[in-house]
Design a protein around this ligand. Structure first.
Ligand SMILES: [Zn+2]
Length: 669
C-alpha cells in the first residue's frame, strides 16, 4: 500500500472538515453554500483518497455514513439511564393539575419555569458518545433495553459522528437523546417515487422514519431522507449543564439540530398560550407533531420531583386532539398493482372528516390488517392527517355485529389465483406470476402512460378490453394491433379506432427515458429512467451495463441495479424488446439540450495527476455534453489519464477503453 505523504494527509483532513461543514449547512441549518454537483466532487475525492489509503479512514469520515454491510439482526442494548415515557394530558384543566402537583412537590407557590417543545412524531433514539466519538445508537425499545441501530444512525447526515475536543474532555461519556423523523415534504416525495416505481408506499412519515431505521441493510436507510432532532441528555448531573435550556444551547453548539419552536416559559398561563400557538402552527410545519412536551427547566428541581413507575413527575406530554371520525367498514378490497403488490383497501360508509368526505381508507399491508383484526361491518375510528390517505386507527370491537366475518389477507392472488409471497424486507405481499391479468393490465397502462409511450386514448378501460379479448398479452403486442381488430370492441367507432392506431404509430418514435420508464422495471420510474438515459446515452449501452456501473450511478443504488440486471437477463423481457423493435419501435440515443456539444453522449473517467484540478476537466467535459463517472466499465468511452494513474488504467486496458492524455483531450475540443 502506498504510504500517504503529509500533503495528502492534510488534504484529506481538510476535505473531511469541508464536507462536514457543508453537511451541517445543508442538513442542520438548511442553507447550503455549494451546489450538489460541487459537493459530489468533494465527496468523490474523499472516497478516492480513502480507497488508496484505507488506513487514513477515521470513524468521523463522512464516507462512514453511506452504509455498510447488512446485519442479520439488531443486538439488544441495555442503557445506563432508562428512557422514561411521559404522562399525557389533553386539556388545560389536566395541565393545570400537573402544574399544581409540580408546585406542591417543590413546595413552591410562585410560577414554575418550564421548557416547551413540539412533540415530534418519529422514533426516539439515544446516541452514545465516548471521548467525543459516536459509538453506539439505539432505539427506545422498552425504555431500558433498545436495539443497536448504530450503523443505520450513522447514515443520518445531521448526526455528528464526532464532537468537539473540548466536549470530549469535559464529558468523556455523553448520551444524547432525540427523535428521528422524516419531513412531510420528503415523505411525500419518497412516496411518489415508490408509487411511481411500483413499490408499496409508506403509511405515514412516522412509519417512514421507523421503518427506514429498522432496515437490516444500512444502505436502504442511507437512501431515506431522515433527520435527527436532539432534545436532551440522559445524565442531568453533568457539570455546566444545570437546566434543560442549557442543554439545548450546548447541543446546538455541538452541531445537533434543535427544534426552532423550543421555548423557556414561566407560568401556567403562558404555557397554555404556547399550546394554542403550536396547535395553530401545526398544519404549516413540515414535520408531524402530535402535541407539546413540557418539562421543568431546572435539573435539580427535576431530581427533587423524581418519578413514578417509569414516568417522570417533572414532564408531561400535552397531546393534540386528532382529526378523527367514526365510520363502518362495508368491505375490504385487495388491489393488485402492476408489480404484483397487493394492498388491502377498506371501503367505508361515506363519512365526513375535517371537511372532506372519505369512503376509502388504506389498511396498508398484512401486518396492519392483523393488528386491527378487522371484521366486516366493524365500526372503526378513522383519521385524516394532512393530505395523506385516511387510515383506520382503531376498531370498536364492542360495536361489532354478531356473527361477522374476520377479514383475512388472501393466500392467493385475487386476480390470477396463484399463491402470493411476502418478500424478505418488504411489508407487502406480491403475486409473482408475470402473466397475472391485474399485473398485465397494470403494466399495459403504465407502458402507455404519459411518462411512457404516451399513447393517447389507451386508458384503464381499453387496456382491460384488449386483454380480455386476447388482442394483447404483453405491451409489445400493441405495435401489431390493426384497426380491424379494434372495431368489434364495445363502444369502438371507426374514428376512435383510427385515432388509437395513429397514436400507437406516433409513439414508435419516442425518447430513451420514456422507453426505459415504460419497461416497468421495479424501481425504475421517470426519475431513474432519466438518470439511466443520461448515463448510458443509448439503449444498447444500457443493455450491456454491469451491476457495478449501475449501482454506482447516484440515485440508482444496489436494489434497483439488481432489478435492472434481473430484468435484462429475463428471457421474456429480451423477447419483448425484440418484439418492440420488430414492431417498428425506434430506440433513439439520448440527447438533451445539454448534450449537443462535441463530447455529446461520451462517458469519461478521469485518473492520475493532471496539470489542472480534476474539477476543471469535469466541468469542461460536462459543458461539452459529456459525462464523468467514477469507475471504468464497459460503457466508458475514454479514460483521461494523468501521471501515476493506478488501477483504473489497467482496467481500461483490459476493457479496451480508449486512453487519452491532456493534449489529446484538448484536441477533441
Ligand atoms: Zn396474480
Amino acid at each position: 500500500m502506498a504510504q500517504p505523504d503529509k500533503k495528502l494527509f492534510s488534504e484529506y483532513e481538510k476535505l473531511k472538515d469541508e464536507i462536514n461543514y457543508h453537511n451541517r449547512l445543508y442538513y442542520v441549518l438548511d442553507r447550503p453554500e455549494i451546489s450538489d454537483a460541487e459537493y459530489d466532487i468533494l465527496f468523490d475525492r474523499l472516497l478516492e483518497i480513502e480507497k488508496k489509503h484505507p488506513d487514513l479512514v477515521t470513524p468521523d469520515s463522512p464516507s462512514q455514513r453511506v452504509g455498510t454491510e447488512p446485519s442479520k439482526k439488531f443486538e439488544p442494548v441495555r442503557r445506563r439511564v432508562p428512557m422514561l415515557s411521559l404522562q399525557k394530558v389533553t386539556t388545560a384543566e389536566e395541565f393545570a393539575e400537573f402544574d399544581r402537583r409540580v408546585r406542591e412537590g417543590l413546595e413552591k407557590t410562585e410560577n414554575i419555569e418550564y421548557v416547551t417543545e413540539p412533540k415530534l412524531d418519529g422514533l426516539a433514539v439515544e446516541l452514545v458518545y465516548e471521548n467525543g466519538w459516536f459509538t453506539l445508537g439505539s432505539t427506545r425499545g422498552d425504555g431500558v433495553t433498545g436495539e443497536n441501530i448504530t450503523l443505520n444512525l450513522k447514515t443520518i447526515k445531521n448526526i455528528p459522528l464526532k464532537l468537539s475536543d473540548k466536549t470530549a474532555r469535559t464529558y468523556p461519556l455523553l448520551e444524547v437523546r432525540g427523535e428521528v423523523i422524516m419531513r412531510k415534504s420528503a415523505f411525500e416525495k419518497l412516496n411518489r417515487k415508490l408509487t411511481e416505481n411500483g413499490t408499496a408506499p409508506l403509511a405515514n412519515p412516522r412509519n417512514g422514519a421507523a421503518g427506514s431505521l429498522r432496515q437490516l441493510d444500512p444502505k436502504i436507510t442511507a437512501a431515506r431522507p431522515l433527520l435527527f432532532y436532539a432534545y436532551g441528555v440522559s445524565d442531568t448531573t453533568l457539570p455546566g449543564l444545570g437546566r434543560q435550556s442549557d442543554t439545548f444551547v450546548f447541543l446546538e453548539k455541538e452541531g445537533f439540530l434543535i427544534n426552532e419552536h423550543i421555548k423557556t416559559i414561566t407560568g401556567l398561563n403562558k404555557v397554555e398560550k404556547e399550546f394554542q400557538r403550536l396547535t395553530e402552527l401545526r398544519p404549516e410545519l413540515d414535520y408531524e407533531i402530535d402535541g407539546m412536551v413540557v418539562k421543568v427547566n431546572d435539573f435539580a428541581a427535576q431530581d427533587l420531583l423524581g418519578q413514578i413507575s417509569r414516568a417522570p413527575r417533572w414532564a408531561v406530554a400535552w397531546k393534540f386532539k386528532a382529526e378523527l371520525a367514526e365510520s363502518v367498514i362495508q368491505t375490504v378490497e385487495f388491489s393488485v398493482g402492476r408489480t404484483g403488490v397487493i394492498t388491502p383497501i377498506a371501503k367505508l360508509k361515506p363519512t365526513r372528516v375535517s371537511g372532506v368526505t372519505v369512503s376509502n381508507a388504506s389498511l396498508h399491508n398484512e401486518d396492519e390488517l392483523n393488528r386491527l383484526e378487522i371484521h366486516l361491518g366493524d365500526t372503526v375510528i378513522i383519521r385524516r392527517a394532512g393530505d395523506v390517505i385516511p387510515e383506520v386507527v382503531e376498531v370498536k370491537t364492542d360495536k361489532r355485529p354478531e356473527g361477522s366475518r374476520k377479514v383475512k389477507y388472501p393466500a392467493k392472488c385475487p386476480s390470477c389465483g396463484e399463491a402470493i409471497v411476502r418478500l424478505e424486507g418488504e411489508a407487502a405481499h406480491r403475486c409473482l406470476n408475470p402473466a397475472c391479468p391485474a399485473q398485465v393490465e397494470g403494466r399495459l397502462i403504465h407502458f402507455a402512460s404519459k411518462g411512457g409511450f404516451d399513447i393517447e386514448g389507451l386508458g384503464d378501460k381499453l387496456a382491460r378490453q384488449l386483454i380480455r379479448e386476447k388482442l394483447v398479452a404483453e405491451p409489445a403486442d400493441l405495435f401489431y394491433l390493426t384497426k380491424e381488430q379494434l372495431l368489434p370492441l364495445d363502444l369502438m367507432a371507426e374514428k376512435k379506432a383510427q385515432n388509437i392506431i395513429d397514436a400507437i404509430d406516433r409513439s414508435r418514435r419516442t425518447s430513451l427515458p420514456r422507453i426505459l420508464n415504460a419497461l416497468g422495471i421495479i424501481g425504475v420510474g421517470e426519475t431513474a429512467a432519466q438518470l439511466l438515459a443520461e448515463q448510458f446515452g443509448s439503449f444498447e449501452k444500457f443493455r450491456r451495463a454491469d451491476l457495478e456501473t449501475l449501482e454506482n450511478i447516484p440515485g440508482i443504488g444496489r436494489v434497483i441495479a439488481k432489478n435492472i440486471i434481473d430484468f435484462l437477463a429475463g428471457e421474456g423481457n429480451r423477447r419483448m424488446i425484440e418484439k418492440m423493435k420488430a414492431g417498428g419501435v425506434q430506440f433513439p440515443d439520448y440527447t438533451s439540450s445539454k448534450t449537443s456539444g462535441k463530447l455529446s453522449g461520451k462517458i469519461f473517467v478521469i485518473t492520475g495527476t493532471l496539470s489542472q484540478p480534476r474539477n476543471y476537466y469535469k466541468n469542461l467535459i460536462e459543458e461539452n455534453g459529456g459525462k464523468v463517472t467514477g469507475s471504468v466499465s464497459g460503457s466508458t468511452d475514454y479514460l483521461l489519464c494523468g501521471t501515476d494513474p493506478g488501477s483504473k488504467l489497467a482496467k481500461a486496458k483490459k476493457l479496451e477503453v480508449a486512453v487519452i492524455d491532456e493534449d489529446q483531450f484538448r484536441k477533441m475540443l
